[in-house]
Design a protein around this ligand. Structure first.
Ligand code: HEC
Length: 107
């Protein structure tokens, strides 16, 4: 194999892993996510912070928001929350988004 081919395959692998990382969230447990959202997020959201609920955004916005959780303003307040729990929360917010078949408001 020549150098060009190796460089090409390397670039391809990097692209594939970057794409799969960007879509790492999804397919979690929405029911658990609802519970976790109430427990970890509603302490502020709806009180001291914006009244954020699944129906606050459309699915594409939730995806974009969770693509880089470090950019969410309160990210440092939920450091230590396992990736799996964040994924369940994402799944809950995403699956009941404004443009989902079953939009949900937090109560
Ligand atoms: C200690 C308080 C606190 C906690 C806990 C908290 N947040 Fe926040 N959050 C804020 C504040 C303050 C802001 C920025 C201002 C606002 O949106 O009200 C914010 C902003 C956000 C935004 C951006 C909103 C937008 O309109 O762009 C998202 C998304 C978000 N939080 C999600 C979460 C999630 C998910 C959790 C639970 C894992 C959580 N927050 C827990 C205080 C908190």
């Amino acid at each position: 194999m020549n150098r060009k081919a190796i460089t090409f395959i390397g670039a391809l692998l990097i692209t594939i892993s970057a794409v799969s990382m960007a879509f790492a969230f999804g397919g979690g447990n929405a029911r658990k996510g609802k519970f976790l959202y109430r427990k970890n997020c509603r302490s502020c959201h709806g009180k001291t912070a914006s009244d954020l609920s699944p129906a606050s955004m459309v699915q594409a916005d939730w995806k974009a928001t969770f693509e880089d959780v470090s950019k969410i303003p309160c990210n440092k307040d939920w450091q230590g929350l396992p990736e799996k729990d964040i994924n369940d929360i994402f799944t809950y917010l995403h699956d009941y988004a404004k443009d989902s078949p079953t939009p949900a408001k937090c109560s």
